[in-house]
Design a protein around this ligand. Structure first.
Ligand code: PLP
Length: 425
């Protein structure tokens, strides 16, 4: 039996209808932007394995740091103890995060980072004897799959079954071109009519929605409304963080800084699952009290795991290397050139670029929309050609590692162009 066949006997894959899909390539090796399966077939990882991998697969520098940490102190509980690596990581984060972020809470993944932000938003007010029970979020947002994170995500196929079991969330339009005013009006109305604790958003780019982009000035305007009304703002930078948008954080494009930030994905260079929720001093202070019950009662077994912290430290060191920003700009320039070429194509509806992110929406005929298996046709085409791309609906996007070569970028572009030419839409 092949690895793929054995896998089908035991393993349950994420977001997968196993009646339709049950055979997956078994990856046995990774290096830089490349992966190889059990048959020796090579793939270009054009989406950095779900946006986690900025410095290439099996990065030797990060691996070395992890090995050194594993053989020094692999783990110690963070309840009642601290350790040298988490202190060093906090000092590094203070250097690179927006200036108002001063306190760090550690967890394991993007969803838990969001849960912590939501719980802190509610409890901050509860501690003051104020009841605030509502969160505002964008329509079509994605903030994760645990209950709180799912509640603030857009309503769809993924969350339908759980709608009765979720916290109170008001959804407002994303301020994309043409929707700026309706977004602001909806935010003001939601704040006026509800007891709103916080507004959570993916800054500048909604990743899972298909790399939907909007202007920093529009987010500044929404944050200003929240600040006037004592509503906390939560920037979910799980996808956008650590350089993807061309700056270290998407929040660096803003004039009005968020009160909280959620970080994960590229935090450890795509090696060890880890997340951080960051806070202003004022929010932290709202939990410091003679009343013991005012503490934030949240934690995870592997909170601030030293090995994860060591991986994050190594990854941040690579991030701060000047060649990293040069690479990000190189990729952006390359995307812009491809955009100029491909946006003329009759089957291309829209394109957008920010940092290392490129997205293209395909023009679909009504007939195709109805059958809507187009996405899978494209996905399979790309996999056959050895390029890992996961279209979202009719949107094809690229989000590569920063170390990807120009040659691999060109191969991704030409594969996309061929697919658009060959697949009837
Ligand atoms: C992926 C993602 C999450 C969820 O992270 P997980 O590690 O999958 O739980 C949350 N927010 C955003 C913006 C994401 O892209």
């Amino acid at each position: 039996m092949t690895l793929s066949e054995k896998d089908a006997l035991y393993n349950w894959h994420p977001y997968t209808q196993h009646k339709i899909f049950s055979h997956f390539p078994a990856i046995v090796k990774g290096n830089d932007e490349f992966l190889w399966d059990e048959n020796g077939k090579q793939y270009i990882d054009a989406i950095a394995s779900w946006w986690v991998n900025p410095f290439g697969h099996s990065n030797a520098f990060i691996a070395e740091a992890i090995y050194k940490q594993l053989t020094t102190l692999e783990h110690v509980l963070f309840g009642g103890f601290t350790h040298n690596v988490v202190v060093e990581l906090a000092e590094k984060l203070i250097e690179i995060l927006p200036a108002n972020q001063r306190k760090f809470f550690y967890s394991d993944n993007g969803s838990t980072a969001v849960e912590v932000a939501i719980k802190a938003s509610f409890q901050y007010h509860y501690n003051k004897g104020i009841k605030k029970n509502t969160i505002i979020a964008f329509e079509d947002a994605f903030h994760g799959d645990t209950f709180g994170a799912m509640a603030v995500s857009g309503i769809g196929l993924f969350t339908e079954a759980f709608q009765d079991a979720l916290i109170n969330v008001i959804r407002i339009p994303v301020p994309t071109k043409g929707n700026e005013e309706s977004s602001k009006v909806a935010l003001q109305k939601a704040i006026a009519e509800n007891e709103v604790a916080a507004f959570i958003f993916e800054p500048l780019v909604l990743g899972a929605a298909g790399m939907v982009m909007y202007e920093a000035s529009e987010l500044d305007a929404l944050i200003a409304i929240c600040k006037q009304n004592a509503v906390f703002t939560i920037a979910d930078e799980v996808m956008t963080g650590f350089g993807k948008t061309g700056k270290l954080f998407a929040s660096n494009y803003l004039k009005n800084l968020p009160d909280m930030m959620c970080l994960s994905k590229a935090l450890t260079g795509g090696t060890i699952p880890m997340a951080i929720t960051t806070f202003t001093q004022a929010i932290f202070d709202g939990f410091v009290s003679d009343n013991k019950s005012h503490a934030l009662f949240h934690g995870h077994t592997f909170t601030a795991n030293p090995t994860g912290c060591a991986a994050a430290l190594a990854s941040i060191e690579l991030l701060k290397n000047p060649t990293t920003l040069e690479n990000i700009h190189r990729i952006q320039a390359s995307h812009l050139q491809f955009e100029k070429h491909i946006q003329q194509h009759s089957k291309v509806k829209t394109t957008r670029v920010l940092g290392v992110i490129f997205a293209l929406e395909i023009q679909v005929s009504e007939k195709q929309d109805y059958y809507s298996d187009l996405r899978n046709q494209f996905y399979n085409y790309f996999i056959n050609k050895g390029v890992i791309l996961r279209p979202v609906g009719n949107t094809i996007y690229i989000l590569p590692s920063y170390i990807i070569s120009n040659e691999s970028l060109q191969q991704i572009y030409s594969t996309i162009e061929q697919a658009i030419n060959e697949i009837s839409c």
